[in-house]
Write a protein that binds this ligand. Structure first.
Ligand code: ADP
Ligand code: MG
Ligand code: MG
Length: 512
């Protein structure tokens, strides 16, 4: 394949979408889809209804918001996303292990961002103790479709997630749901593209579980337990449960779900730095092989000093962390921006002292072509940021949605932002995907996305990476795979993309 065809699709329009259905057919499809979703665990806990219910109910579910049709994506771009993933995995493994570079990049942020400072402190302390362990990356690279000046489509990266890359299991369920609608109804023959051959299988659930199982095996104690660190009152619990069931059924690996406060009460280190957890279900403390974190990415997860102390305890242990604090830092938006600076990507990917895998100029070009322009926020970029605000988004070093500042909100935000805090932010050009439409279903009713049904679909590609430092300090990668995808679709007027917070709808792909 020439690099021309590898990085973008030939200029062509996406199909008219979604296909027109009679209202009766649409209702029928919606009912079938909602029942399938609830029968197959494509579900969330319902939002709490304060003040009568302080927390989401644990005895009721609602189906996840979803699209009635899969969304069209050029086949070349799907292949591009899959091809990029092992490159991104290798890049981020090398970044996570490069102490001087990460110190330089995140040290400046930590001076003005308390959350990053806490992370850095743990990272520094554990480095001094010199524990080296295999690290598990369950990562997700997110993209939007971008139109090049010649009209061709390509993928541009929104962000790279190194902690709590969620929705893999529900994304796999959503792909299956669309395949079910296709096989059960043929979508009433409304569109020739809605053919099973165009709906790619989605192995995200199995792939992510396999990654945890491989890390567990690498730890080397077969009857050890995997911990899932979760937020209390998590609405997206079933996305996590599916991973747990896959680990148990396919690999015989036991999982315990714990919160930060469970760890504070019941986690300890043995003399040989085993992570031990006293579970109410076990008579002896459990030895932990893998700590899979679906919490810990936001300051709210650390309500007090004790939560930070227990994060340090976990980090000091020889349990395999997904992620380590170093990898969590590597997932910062500041790192994404710094990777774009001159010579940086070359150094990580082409310098042979970095690791045994050989990457080429063509690999580098693929990565670079997926970058959307980003730059630091400082005195030299302030005015251009204000002048071009309509095409920009400002991002702090946070995860989980709801933290960015968009377009016309930027100038007034910058006016109030203390100069010293600028280092905590990066500026990114907005990616503006081509027009598309969808039918969005929430709790059994359909609404056209936005006032005109205009939507944006964000593609995520999951990756599994097991990596470590050898005795010379070089990055060794034992497992490096792409493993399935996520599509989230939202009304074009909604800036943010969280599914659980109600902005976006789970979706899958129809390749065109
Ligand atoms: P988070 O880590 O909170 O998910 P993101 O960088 O993914 O932060 O931003 C949240 C959402 O904002 C994305 O899902 C996307 O909808 C939108 N967004 C972020 N960056 C861009 C961009 N460069 N162009 C267009 N939309 C963006
Ligand atoms: Mg995101
Ligand atoms: Mg993120």
């Amino acid at each position: 394949m020439s690099s021309e065809t590898a990085t973008h699709s030939k200029p062509h329009a996406l199909p008219e979408w979604p296909p027109l259905l009679s209202l009766a057919y649409q209702r029928e499809l919606t009912d079938l889809a909602a029942d399938w979703a609830m029968s197959h665990g494509l579900v969330y806990r319902p939002p709490a209804n304060p003040p009568s219910e302080p927390h989401p109910s644990t005895s009721r579910v609602i189906h996840a918001p979803f699209t009635l049709f899969p969304s069209p994506l050029p086949r070349t771009l799907y292949e591009l996303g899959r091809k990029l993933q092992p490159l991104y995995n290798a890049l981020y493994a090398r970044v996570a292990l490069d102490v001087p570079w990460l110190e330089k990049t995140m040290g400046a942020v930590a001076k003005v961002d308390d959350f990053q400072l806490q992370l850095c402190k743990i990272w520094r302390q554990v480095r001094e103790e010199g524990i080296t362990q295999v690290q598990l990356g369950l990562w997700r690279s997110d993209y939007l479709v971008h139109t090049l000046p010649d009209g061709a489509f390509t993928l541009r990266q929104v962000e790279f997630n190194c902690i709590s890359s969620s929705l893999g299991a529900l994304a796999s369920r959503t792909s299956k749901m669309h395949r079910y609608l296709q096989s059960a109804t043929g979508y009433y023959g409304v569109h020739p593209l809605l053919d099973a051959r165009n709906l790619p299988e989605n192995g995200a659930l199995q792939g992510l579980a396999a990654g945890i199982a491989e890390a567990h095996k690498a730890y080397g104690v077969p009857n050890a337990t995997v911990l899932f660190l979760v937020q209390s009152h998590e609405r997206n619990a079933f996305d996590q449960r599916w991973l747990e069931y896959d680990l148990l059924e396919k690999y015989g690996v036991r999982v315990e779900r714990v919160t930060f406060s469970d760890l504070v009460a019941s986690a300890s280190l043995s003399e040989s730095k085993q992570l031990l957890y006293s579970s109410p279900l076990a008579s002896e403390p459990l030895e932990i092989s893998v700590m899979y974190m679906r919490a810990g990415y936001t300051p709210d997860d650390y309500p007090d000093e004790k939560a930070w102390e227990v994060r340090l305890l976990v980090e000091r242990s020889k349990a395999i962390k997904c992620p380590t604090v170093g990898a969590q830092l590597a997932g910062a938006k500041k790192v994404q921006q710094a990777l774009m600076e001159e010579g940086v990507l070359e150094s990580f990917m082409l310098d042979s002292s970095r690791g045994a895998e050989k990457f080429t100029e063509a690999d580098l070009a693929l990565l670079r072509a997926s970058f959307a322009p980003m730059y630091p926020l400082d005195a030299t970029t302030l005015q251009q940021t204000i002048d071009h605000a309509d095409h920009l988004v400002l991002k702090p070093q946070r995860e989980g949605g709801g933290n960015n500042v968009y377009r016309s909100n930027i100038p007034s935000f910058l006016e109030k932002l203390p100069v010293a805090e600028r280092d905590a932010w990066v500026v990114m050009e907005l990616i503006e995907p081509p027009p598309s439409r969808s039918v969005l279903i929430k709790a059994g009713t359909s609404e056209q996305g936005g006032t005109e049904g205009d939507v944006i679909s964000e593609l995520g590609v999951y990756g599994v990476c097991l990596y470590r430092k050898d005795s010379e300090g070089t990055c060794v990668i034992d497992v490096n795979r792409e493993c399935g995808y996520l599509v989230r679709t939202k009304g074009r007027e909604s800036n943010e993309g969280g599914v659980a917070v109600g902005f976006s709808y789970l979706d899958s792909l129809v390749l065109v």
